[in-house]
Design a protein around this ligand. Structure first.
Ligand code: ACO
Length: 376
């Protein structure tokens, strides 16, 4: 028998084709449906990019307005889901989000319909509802009444409004909008792959999104931003960064917010996050966190020869901090953007489905004889 080398972590394995996004790992390029992320980050917004990812083209004005209206109309969540959130409000926000989406699936009248039309309709509804779930949970756990969505506000502005109870400044809304846009899609990352695996069994879109949220939670994926924030607090000042990094690397520990399964150069999204973090920290007059992060990035430069650079998560925490978003909600912020990619992946999977079912090479014992329990 030929020796088998398992593709551990599916590293480098191409499992299917996609028209959603292209990542050029060597040049640090990210393209959504043909459009460079830098172009979209500079000129577009979350709603337009969501349309692009879902409908494969940039919208005409009428289509854009119609899509924004559809998002606005679908923002509220049923009372029963608010009650569930209230009952579990002391749980971590990602657990609450996962449970709430599961509950929405359980009561959706179209839950058994996996046609493209129904999946798109349910997917758009989920994109609209996720910010409401996260904001509702944040208010309930602080002992505050949930705030109804405001149809006059954009997707990003409305999220901050529902969380805080007052409309954000234009600059704050723009910051969230850019953050959501940059997180919207990233090919077959762990959570999108979990979505595709689930959709490939022909389970419904809510089930697929629950799988995506579950996979995103871990610190090697969406949980890194929170871990970076902990690190920035632990380091405390730019002067301590070099020593901190040196000691951690000597103990063979990882520095969160660095490295990527795909990129061998800087994650192209990091540039925008760094610029945004700089603007927000200058505006606040409190530059300590941002400067500490810059110093950590500088101290990590020797690892660039191994292809380890900052990833999208490194400066996120700093941005969320200045927007008053609690640390345990950072990974939820990632989900609010990535839900668009998840929905688009589920649609792509349903449209040309093959059950995703790889093999595992068995290397355990064989020929064991069953011994009754009392004789063991
Ligand atoms: N700090 C220090 N060393 C690192 C880091 C890091 N953040 N990331 C990778 N390395 C080192 C590894 O120790 C390993 O070194 P070795 O070859 O001497 O053993 C080498 O780089 C390759 O690492 P792998 O784990 O094999 O790379 P992989 O592609 O599996 O890992 C991952 C990618 C999981 C993201 C990793 O870089 C990591 O743990 N980063 C920190 C967590 C993080 O920031 N996650 C967010 C990722 S981006 C996102 O999900 C949006």
């Amino acid at each position: 028998m030929n020796p088998i080398t398992p593709a551990k972590g599916l590293k480098g394995v191409v499992v299917d084709t996609t028209k959603l996004c292209l990542i050029d790992a060597e040049r640090g390029v990210l393209v959504y449906r043909g459009y460079d992320i830098h172009d979209l980050a500079t000129h577009s917004n979350f709603e337009e990019v969501a349309y692009l990812l879902l409908y494969s083209k940039l919208p005409m004005r009428k289509e854009y307005e119609c899509f924004c209206e559809q998002l606005r109309q679908n923002r509220s969540v049923p009372d029963v889901v608010v009650e569930i959130i209230e009952r579990i409000k002391d749980a971590p926000p990602m657990d609450v989000l996962r449970t709430a989406v599961s509950a929405l699936g359980a009561i959706d009248p179209d839950s058994g319909d996996n046609s493209s039309e129904a999946t798109l309709r349910k997917g758009i509804k989920l994109i609209a509802q996720l910010p409401t779930i996260v904001a509702t949970h944040e208010r309930l756990r602080r002992g505050l009444k949930p705030v109804e969505p405001n149809p006059k506000l954009s997707h990003a502005a409305n999220f901050l409004y529902m969380m805080r109870g007052k409309p954000p400044t234009e600059e704050e809304a723009k910051a969230i909008d850019l953050d959501l846009l940059l997180h919207a899609e990233h090919s077959s990352n762990a959570s999108a792959f979990a979505v595709r695996v689930t959709a490939s069994t022909l389970a419904d879109i809510h089930a697929a999104i629950v799988a995506g949220i579950a996979a995103l939670k871990g610190p090697l994926h969406g949980g890194a931003a929170e871990a970076v924030a902990d690190m920035a607090l632990e380091v405390g000042s730019p002067e301590r960064a070099y020593e901190y990094v040196r000691e951690k690397l000597a103990r063979k520990e990882r520095i969160m917010g660095f490295g990527h399964r795909v990129y061998r150069t800087e994650d192209p999204r990091a540039r925008h996050m760094r610029e945004l973090a700089k603007v927000l920290s200058e505006k606040s007059g409190d530059k300590r966190i941002f400067e500490t992060l810059l110093a950590i990035e500088e101290a990590m430069k020797p690892l660039q020869s191994k292809g380890i650079y900052v990833n999208v998560d490194f400066y996120c925490g700093c941005i969320y901090y200045f927007l008053g978003i609690p640390k345990d909600m950072y990974v939820c912020m990632f989900a609010l953007g990535r839900i668009v990619g998840w929905v688009a992946h589920a649609l792509e999977q349903y449209n040309d489905n093959v059950l995703i079912r790889p093999l595992l090479h068995y290397d355990g014992p064989t020929n064991l004889r069953y011994i009754p329990m009392d004789e063991r």
